[in-house]
Design a protein around this ligand. Structure first.
Ligand code: URP
Ligand code: ZN
Ligand code: ZN
Length: 462
């Protein structure tokens, strides 16, 4: 099937121009100011709309088992929600497996979970939950044979790594062509503060934020920057940045020429820690937690000035009913994580582009081009070049939509963005040329999504 999108404003990370775009065999076939359709071509009129590379969300957790609970979106409902929100590729962070398991163990579990379910293309980040010679050796085949060219290390939670193991991982991952990503929070400081709060009976949701203040995160970011330098100035990617102090450390490192990149998420741009004081405060428990309101503006500056590189979601869903059952009397028992995969693109488009904070091109850079470049999917994805996958989203900048969970396509029972008004909305999503969502309706099918064997890490060119 050939599809021709006519009269739209094509936007990529370089700029925008009015062009037609022809899709054939799942790829972008032609881009030109005027393309005349042949009789076998379906024509989509995009007058007055932006036509952009489909979103790439490089931070989701579908089906993740966090020990005390399992997240409720699987690779079908999670990717369905992603597609309906204009996202055409996800890279899921694998959860921890049984103690002592190999890297391939989790990869096999995740392949089984995703195949036949995903409705858009997908890949996985590896997870390093312990370090020994076998694991260090195995990293090479994960990259070269399996196409897993990024890994996450945790500085907190059960399988946190110590500094020596972080150093060994950083060096080895770079050697085998993988990008190290890290969840940076100071575990010891959090454990101490948390036990003091709990001993004082301070177990309401707001104390989740007080137990892990922004200095815990910023300290760990600073430490990781220095460890990456000590490991030989190796590349480093910080996930889910929530505050301005951490961003200042990253700016310093970038200015000094260190290869560091940073991701933030809509929740840190749009929601503050006052949400923990609401009656339904448990809905917002995640780590790092929501921050004081002043931090939001600092992150928006980073979005606008180029010091933040990507926006992902960290989509990790636990129903509010389950959160209440488990965490009603004690925030430490509430599973951590927030929904968001369906709303990342419209929220950033509305609050970023339509509010005049960023250009449409910068939006593409943050949501698609940079993720593709950093995670080994460029130029197959993240752009509108001839020969690239026909993964597209069409945004109507005139549409006004109020987010209501009842209209979303995930498997959870609330949205942290309920009632948010969006100016501009993704009205059609195409995955390799197939329409997988249109006008808020899912039109794709389970199993359409393909595993993306990612290329080894390469330094992105400007
Ligand atoms: O609270 C969060 N973010 N849960 C998901 C796991 C993680 O740390 O990314
Ligand atoms: Zn994390
Ligand atoms: Zn995460």
């Amino acid at each position: 099937m050939k599809r021709l999108i006519k009269n739209g404003i094509l936007v990529d990370a370089q700029g925008e121009s009015q062009q037609d775009i022809l899709l054939e065999n799942g790829l972008i076939q032609r881009v030109a100011p005027q393309i005349t359709p042949t009789p076998d071509t379906e024509v989509i009129d995009a007058s007055g709309m932006y036509v952009m590379p489909g979103g790439i969300d490089v931070h989701t957790h579908f089906n993740i088992d966090v020990g005390i609970a399992k997240s409720c979106d699987d690779f079908f409902t999670g990717t369905r929600a992603a597609a309906c929100g204009g996202t055409t590729t996800i890279v899921d962070h694998m959860g921890f497996g049984p103690k002592g398991c190999s890297l391939h163990h989790q990869l096999e579990v995740y392949h089984r979970d995703a195949v036949d379910k995903a409705v858009i293309d997908y890949s996985f980040h590896g997870v390093v939950q312990h370090v020994d010679d076998d694991i260090l050796h195995e990293m090479q085949s994960m990259v070269e044979e399996e196409g897993i060219s990024s890994f996450k290390l945790y500085l907190t939670y059960g399988y946190k790594l110590n500094d020596a193991d972080v150093l060994r991982s950083l060096k080895r991952l770079h050697e085998v062509g993988a990008l190290t990503t890290v969840h940076p929070e100071n575990d010891a400081a959090i454990a101490l503060r948390r036990s003091e709060l709990v001993a004082q009976g301070k177990k309401a949701p707001i104390y989740h934020a007080h137990s892990r203040p922004l200095e815990c995160e910023a300290e760990a970011i600073g430490r990781m920057i220095n460890l990456a330098q000590l490991a030989g100035n190796v590349p480093l990617y910080i996930v889910h940045l929530s505050n301005g102090l951490g961003l200042d450390y990253l700016r310093l490192a970038k200015k000094a020429g260190q290869p560091v990149w940073v991701e933030t998420c809509p929740q840190y741009l749009l929601l503050d820690m006052n949400h923990y004081l609401r009656e339904d405060g448990l809905k917002y428990v995640l780590s790092p937690p929501l921050r004081p309101h002043a931090e939001l503006d600092k992150l928006w500056v980073g979005i606008a000035d180029g010091s933040i590189d990507t926006v992902a979601t960290d989509h990790c869903t636990f129903p509010y009913s389950q959160r209440l059952d488990m965490g009603r009397d004690d925030f430490t028992r509430c599973p951590n994580g927030l929904p968001g995969v369906e709303n990342r693109m419209p929220l950033l488009f509305s609050e970023g582009v339509m509010c005049g904070r960023i250009t449409p091109s910068r939006f593409v850079e943050l949501t698609s081009a940079n993720p593709a470049k950093l995670f080994g999917m460029w130029p197959q994805k993240g752009n509108l070049n001839v020969g690239s996958d026909a993964d597209l989203v069409i945004f109507d900048p005139h549409a006004k939509v109020t987010i209501q969970h009842q209209d979303l396509h995930d498997n959870v029972d609330y949205s942290p963005y309920e009632g948010f008004h969006c100016q501009g909305w993704p009205v059609m999503t195409l995955s390799r040329g197939e329409v997988v969502a249109t006008q808020g309706k899912f039109t794709g099918k389970a199993g359409h999504g393909r595993f993306i064997r990612r290329k080894p890490f390469a330094y992105p060119e400007d």
